[in-house]
Design a protein around this ligand. Structure first.
Ligand SMILES: *Cc1c(COP(=O)(O)O)cnc(C)c1O
Length: 477
């Protein structure tokens, strides 16, 4: 009989940060004070924080050591040149403009390339990416494959572009009205789903045919490369570093949120191959971010980022990173919990529409489910459904996305597999009691990116059912 051989994290723990589980009454109070929005909870009241993988990674001892030798010169910091060299080496782009985080790079590139009335096709929207495209006068057009909108489809490359949708848009609007293709690796809103190299090559062919550049949202490019290595024919023997380079080489410019793949707590950059665009970006970065050799980042943070980029493309690191996400996802699958398939690279996405079929989308099922999960175990997740999708720019109505999800996002190198067990057990418990979850009404709605600060109340018409639900035994207390 074949003996089981386990894998383990390729690191050991050198420093710990204590966390605590508030009791049941406290959890009820905290979520009510946070108006059922997990973004408004205080971190000290959270036990296991799966709100986001953004800026929440654990840095390595090598990265911490770099902080101590950061060069904080206003101009020409050695850390900037180190970062520039690292970006050239691992990603292949010629020019780098540092920014305080990803959305600042999106802001700058959108301002430079988009004219009023333009259309920007992309493999599904991302909240900040689309907003900056719209603020610059553009209209985002989703050209991702249909499978990406179907949480039950097992299609391995749900991040792929539907080439027919893309070419139809070009023919309808004319190449002059399409400033660039916005291509993300991996696709966050679809559930952390990868694009294949075969598809990206086909997108590149259209980009050449019509003379339209590709702007790469490279936030999770190494995670995407890992999925290509695991699943795309012909890549099993290539390293993640090689695949990352192959992806980047098929694109013209890139925006990076360094808070994801590259293992730092803050930072980002815009990378470019075109010298004229680089000049324009350097002009804008001094207006909005800072001098072109720091762009809103401290020198030490650029140093830690350079080390983080190198660590992020390691095969061992990525195997453990995605392996942990898959460990959690597989536990939920075997418990019969409806999650987005295939399991993505940065988190497990609960399918709130199937989890709570009795809650209509206007009553914010994913928002309600995330709140309920907090009440059960002080695990913090995030809504990725109708609240995140915002309103239609023209009609002012809610956008009704097909995907109504709760994202359990796993920070890199932070939690152990026991934490994942606690999370899985809590989701199962909430699933067993799902009938008592009745949905929410929105009582405050911010104008931009409403999911961050919106406030909610439990639905009053169901007050009786709600009262009896509260009498039930709490769980992880
Ligand atoms: C996080 C993220 C961004 C924005 O980056 P910030 O650093 O949060 O400003 C853009 N695109 C994707 C896919 C992201 O996940």
């Amino acid at each position: 009989m074949k003996k089981k051989r386990s894998w383990a994290e390729p690191y050991k723990i050198k420093m710990v940060e204590h966390i605590a589980l508030p009791d049941y009454e406290q959890r009820l109070k905290y979520i009510e004070e946070a108006a059922y929005n997990t973004f408004l909870l205080r971190s000290k009241d959270v036990y296991i924080d799966l709100l986001t993988d953004s800026g929440t990674s654990a840095m390595s001892d090598r990265q911490w050591a770099r902080l101590m030798i950061g060069d904080e010169a206003y101009a020409g910091s050695k850390d900037f040149y180190q970062l520039e060299e690292t970006v050239r080496q691992y990603y292949g782009y010629s020019y780098v403009v540092p920014t305080h985080q990803g959305r600042a790079a999106e802001h700058i590139i959108s301002k430079i390339l988009i004219k009023a009335g333009d259309f920007v096709p992309g493999n599904m929207y991302f909240t900040t990416t689309r907003l900056h495209q719209e603020l610059a006068g553009g209209t985002f057009v989703d050209v991702i494959v249909d499978q990406a909108h179907d949480p039950d489809s097992d299609y391995p490359f749900k991040g792929n572009v539907d080439l027919q949708k893309l070419e139809s848009l070009i023919l309808e609007q004319g190449a002059d009205h399409i400033p660039y293709f916005s291509i993300a690796t991996t696709v966050n809103m679809a559930g952390g789903q990868p694009i294949s190299l075969a598809n990206l090559r086909a997108v590149r062919a259209l980009s050449r045919k019509y003379g339209i550049p590709i702007v790469h949202d490279m936030t999770r490019v190494a995670e995407n490369a890992y999925m290509i290595q695991q699943q795309e024919p012909g890549y099993a023997h290539k390293s993640i570093a090689e695949i990352v380079r192959e992806i980047c080489d098929l694109t013209d410019a890139a925006t990076m949120s360094a808070k994801k793949d590259p293992l730092v707590n803050i930072g980002g950059f815009l990378a470019l191959n075109d010298a004229d665009l680089f000049e324009e970006a350097r002009n804008l970065v001094v207006v909005y971010e800072g001098l072109h050799t720091y762009g809103g980042m401290a020198g030490r943070d650029m140093g830690a980022l350079a080390v983080g980029i190198e660590e992020s493309v390691s095969d061992e690191h990525m195997k453990a990173r995605v392996g942990q996400v898959q460990y959690l996802g597989n536990q939920l699958l075997s418990a019969g919990i409806p999650i987005v398939k295939p399991i993505g690279t940065h988190g497990v996405f609960l399918n709130a529409a199937r989890f709570l079929p009795h809650v209509p989308q206007d009553h914010f099922p994913a928002q309600a489910l995330a709140a309920e999960l907090y009440v059960d175990s002080a695990v913090r997740a995030m809504e990725r459904g109708i609240v995140s999708a915002g309103r239609n720019k023209q009609t002012g109505e809610h956008n009704y996305p097909k995907l109504e999800l709760v994202r359990l996002t796993i920070p890199r190198r932070v939690y152990t597999q026991s934490h994942m067990d606690v999370v899985a057990e809590s989701v199962e418990r909430v699933y067993d009691n799902r009938d008592r979850i009745l949905g929410l009404t929105m009582t405050f709605e911010p104008r931009y990116l409403r999911f961050f600060q919106a406030r909610f109340e439990k639905i009053r018409a169901e007050a009786n059912a709600q009262r009896s639900a509260r009498k039930r035994e709490p769980v992880a207390n």
